[in-house]
Ligand binder design. Structure first.
Ligand code: MN
Length: 206
């Protein structure tokens, strides 16, 4: 078998690099155990099939054609691969680049964006994700999806290209924040890598 299976992407920073906002043990388990399990289960589910030749984005865009095991684990792989990239040490703050200007122009300014994005995470019952997406018309939108679904998926209520995703599964925060999802979401804003979000935003609008 010469086809490359999906692989766990390497973190570009140390497990403890996002402290005190996200603790090292949570990062280690989240990346090394949870994300690894999505990758392993996805690879097992598609082994020997034509799906192995596709990108994770292509799989997500046609997810209605696949069994639930691919939706859950393929979504898990895509979502977490994005998640590690849009966080960084010495990050956060208010973006002043193109994405910052678009948030001001289209989403009512940064403070309203923070409120609405947090609201999307807070009102997602159980497990899921909050998203900032670029819609097909090039405009930004905020939404949330359950479980490991995402806005690339053809079954999603909100469709678009994700440029920022916030994991609100308990495994993303429970060790440090227990049931306090709002505290975790507030802390998440201190680690958002707006340079990367901006890069994704510009690519999505090409
Ligand atoms: Mn997660």
């Amino acid at each position: 078998n010469t086809i490359m299976a999906f692989e766990l992407p390497k973190l570009k920073y140390a497990f403890n690099a996002l402290e005190p906002h996200i603790d090292a043990k949570t990062m280690e388990i989240h990346h090394g155990k949870h994300h690894q399990a999505y990758v392993t289960n996805l690879n097992n589910a598609i082994a020997g099939s034509e799906t192995e030749k596709l990108s994770i984005e292509e799989i997500c865009k046609n997810i209605s054609k696949y069994p639930m095991v691919v939706r859950n684990n393929g979504g898990g792989h895509y979502n977490h691969s994005l998640f590690w990239e849009i966080m960084a040490p010495n990050a956060g703050g208010k973006p002043t680049n193109e994405i910052g200007k678009a948030i001001d122009a289209e989403l009512g300014g940064f403070d309203k964006f923070k409120t609405d994005f947090s609201q999307a995470g807070a009102t997602r019952f159980g497990s899921g994700w909050a998203w900032l997406c670029v819609k097909s018309d090039g405009k930004l939108c905020i939404c949330s999806t359950p479980n490991q679904d995402n806005p690339l998926m053809d079954i999603a209520d909100c469709k678009g290209t994700p440029v920022l995703g916030m994991d609100v599964w308990e495994h993303a925060y429970y060790l440090n924040y227990q049931n306090r999802r709002p505290d975790y979401m507030n802390a998440f804003f201190n680690v958002i890598n707006w340079d990367k979000v901006n890069e994704l935003y510009l690519n999505a609008r090409k």
